[in-house]
Design a protein around this ligand. Sequence first.
Ligand code: FAD
Length: 500
Amino acid sequence: MQPSPKAIIIGAGIAGIATAIRLAVHGFTVDVFEKNDHPGGKLYEIKKNGFCFDSGPSVFVQPENIELLFELAGEDINQHLEFKKLDITCRYFYEDATVINAFADRKKLQQELYQKLNEPIHSIENYLDEARRIYDDIGKIFLNHSLHKKNGWRLSEIIQTLSSTRYRYLFSSLHAVNKKYFKNPKLVQLFDRFATYCGSNPYEAPGMLQLICHLELNLGSYYPKGGMMSVNRALFNLAIKKGARFHFNTGVEKIIVTNKKATGIISNQKKFLADVVISNVDVFCTYQNLLNDVAVATKFLKQERSSSALVFYWGISKSFPQLELHNIFFSKNYEEEFKYLFDKKLPYNDPTIYINITSKIEPGLHATGEKENWFVMANVPADINFSQPSTIQSYKQNILIKLSRILHSEIEPLIETEEILDPQKIETGTGSYGGALYGTCSNSRTAAFLRHSNFSKNINRLYFAGGSVHPGGGIPLCLKSAAITAEMIIQDRKKWKYEE
Ligand SMILES: Cc1cc2nc3c(=O)[nH]c(=O)nc-3n(C[C@H](O)[C@H](O)[C@H](O)COP(=O)(O)OP(=O)(O)OC[C@H]3O[C@@H](n4cnc5c(N)ncnc54)[C@H](O)[C@@H]3O)c2cc1C
């Protein structure tokens, strides 16, 4: 009997764990090396003074990516993870006191937008139907296949599909497309915001990104019971159950390459050999630190990074009935905000603020009594200079002023406890260069095609899975990345014996 092939995965981010599950189910011996003392990477939690916060992702769409993993592993997901569909996907606050509920139900959403923004019923209908069409035509193909393998969905076929679709999706910005659909600038701003789901600029990113809102507003947004941390826990436990071994506090120093083939890694100055190596670490850091290939790493730096974030985790001593699970407080001048974020790369004094409050859904679990756990986030450039204490303080003050004004309540005295996440901490904690949340951004027409492939073209048996490679960042795409990479390894393995 042939021995089972050995896989080493560097990093226990969500794509690292998902790749571990897939390979373990297919008979690989899987070892995951993680520099932190826990799995999850950006998807983790903070516990402080009786409050608990999801520290990274909070918007949860396409749970079928997770259902698929459990199905593949022959396990009943209901025994491991529960999630429910949200009635209101997000509540939007504007400076002139307009408040919009983005209802999951299409008719309710249309009514809301008609009553509050006088937006004709048909415009939202047309927009969301078109978002579905783009997702089905292009997204499904593009997001589920490698663009770079000959036996995958080939680039030429993608281009053919793109050219059959309307040019405006490639040659107009998302903002320009949205302006064509909606009369009311508030609604244009609301739909422009979906570009930030991949850390991009709606004034530059192609109209194609219209497909992002399909996931939230057509398919639905979900809340996993226990918060996002439950997703991490469920997948980690599944990986263990399927036999994957995790080595925490065990950072990888180097990928061993022999005769243009990855043959293992070095960690704590010890060699660990494998038949295949998968990096779940940011692709720039993989080349720079683990392969010592400064030339390729520098090439990647030329691609624009997605945005990073400043997050304030505030334990709030009061309940705010006017807030939902997901809340957005828009800036007055969205275009200017993005100029600061992507062109000037300077602090902006009126940032759009996102607040996530899981204690709204599970009172008592993440904050006691009437208290609330606020995850308060502003987008900032992927630049560790935004971690300077003076910059953080100036963002904090501007956020407090804005929230106190709109919520008619002084917020600062209500903060019982505080933690802060900034680009430097994201970089140090997860290895993402500059603290970028989603690897490179999608600000240009070609960005999606320039993302790193799921395999190395120069080093055999070296693969990549995670938010910095194809098809992109965010939990759904990271899980798709794991599926593409694992499937590629399983197929490539059939050829291994002929190579040797
Ligand atoms: C504040 C914030 C908000 C976000 N909001 C959302 C959201 O609402 N919805 C959404 O879908 N996504 C969101 N994201 C993005 C999402 O979290 C990421 O796209 C996703 O979690 C990235 O997963 P990954 O598998 O690429 O790995 P990562 O999470 O980047 O993990 C990589 C792992 O590799 C490890 N590592 C690095 N170097 C080494 C080494 N040398 N040796 C060993 N291990 C190493 C790191 O410690 C880490 O555990 C958010 C992210 C952040 C930070």
